[in-house]
Ligand binder design. Sequence first.
Ligand code: PMV
Length: 331
Amino acid sequence: MTTKQDIVSRVLKGRPRRLRSAGSAFAPSNIALCKYWGKRDDDLNLPVTSSLSVSLGRLGSNVTICLREKSDSVVLNGKRFERGSSLARRVSEFLDLFRPDRRTFFKVVAVNTIPTAAGFASSASGFAAMTMALDDLFGWELDQRELSILARLGSGSACRSVYEGFVEWRAGKRPDGMDSFAEPLKAKWRGLRMGLVVISDKEKNIGSRPAMKRTRETSILYRVWPVKVAEDLPDLKQAIHRRDFPMLGKTAESNALAMHATMIDSWPPIVYWLPESVAAMKRIWNLRENGLNVYFTMDAGPNLKLLFLKQEATAVKKAFPGVQIVSPFGD
Ligand code: PMV
């Protein structure tokens, strides 16, 4: 059985090591249009299906890492995390994979430009930026595919945050996961907008990792999830290729709802929606009936991410006054 450490050794084999005093990197957050939900290997974060996302431009994580003695230290947005906290533990477990020896520790300073406190805390940009900062610190000079494979070991969706723009994570088939990494699509879509709508900033009561596992183990609907992805992925790529916005919006929204359907079908049931989430969905359906081209996607939480084009921004702001609008392609 392949372990995470085996993957790291394989990727770093024969690499130079030119240690610098500190390594830094930025990685964008990403929002999936076709979701990653369910692992075929829990330890290596190997997905059941491929997925497709769009990165959020300048919204993401800046990470600086340096070596230190005694113990790891994790500072996020100016706040130091206790060693026993779940975040610090998760970071240390990831760093364990890269320690030159057992007595070497790291100081990680992360600043998120995505509003963490607003319920959009994303481990994806954090683990991707950490992987890239480690590459900078140790001078490995890894290519993006290798960075994607390593970032995946921290959090599955992190493998997509190594790139800007539209990104596809190919599920791969190999048991060791060396063929499971993300790649960017060539197409750019200027004018595409994403709107972040905060319903709640409270920590969710079940994380994506146990929720995926429960869905896979107990939901009968989950059995057709790969069928849904097999339809949605090519549709999304075609919509991007043709700049067919209604096709993009419809496919992304329907994919997110299908993912949530598999969660609701799990036992015990997993429902991330709050009454306000459903109210926001209904407002979107109503706006669409009235001719506004706006769609949504949702992840493992109660918040919505709206999809629309630049020309609809004013109308979207009117309907969702608190919305934070993001331009994934920087225009
Ligand atoms: O990478 P994780 O374990 O945080 O899982 C992410 C799962 C979703 O956000 C719900 C879907 C996705 O593809 O990003």
